[in-house]
Write a protein that binds this ligand. Structure first.
Ligand SMILES: C[S@@+](CC[C@H](N)C(=O)[O-])C[C@H]1O[C@@H](n2cnc3c(N)ncnc32)[C@H](O)[C@@H]1O
Length: 153
């Protein structure tokens, strides 16, 4: 799933180049979901679902293998939104610019709180795009709150 797809980046592009996967484009703004639906129809893509809504509203309703996000929110907020939507071992791929390392350091507490298994910086696109893109890749573990639900007394 692509959180905050906007005009379709990166989710629509992923859906075009990876016809073997199903991509959910999540976007709260109506005019943007209408645009995305028009794109899906014009491009005749049958592996895309356009969903209108906010990431934080989907917890407990949907589970995904991978969540991508570009230019949507700082990493600590993205973790709060995305981790409850990922299966154990699923990945958050956040496309970040030059502040990626700083955001990763600043999100340390949230990484622990959300039960992330690993978090790393990855650069991709060497020799294809200049500068290469910097991603933060976070692998979801079992979130502590999911692993040990609070008992009501
Ligand atoms: C700056 S745009 C980036 C759009 C696209 N990802 C790109 O890189 O061009 C941020 C998008 O995130 C969406 N957004 C904001 N808050 C959101 C939330 N809580 N859940 C899902 N999408 C959100 C906005 O509506 C907007 O389309």
């Amino acid at each position: 799933m692509d959180i905050g797809s906007g005009a379709g980046l990166p989710g629509l592009v992923l859906a075009i180049v990876r016809q073997d996967i199903t991509v959910t484009l999540l976007e709260p703004l109506l005019r943007r979901t209408v645009f995305l639906e028009e794109c899906v129809e014009a491009l005749k893509l049958d592996n895309v679902e356009v969903l209108r809504g906010r990431a934080e509203e989907l917890a407990g309703k949907h589970v995904f293998d991978v969540a991508s996000a570009r230019a949507v929110a700082p990493l600590d907020r993205l973790l709060k939104w995305a981790m409850p939507l990922l299966r154990e071992g699923g990945e958050l791929i956040a496309m970040k610019g030059e502040r990626a390392a700083d955001e990763l350091a600043e999100a340390e507490a949230q990484l622990r709180a959300s039960g992330a298994r690993t978090a790393e910086l990855v650069t991709v696109g060497h020799g294809k795009v200049e500068p290469p893109a910097t991603l933060v890749r976070v692998v979801a573990g079992r979130a502590p709150e999911r692993a040990r639900p609070r008992r009501r007394r």
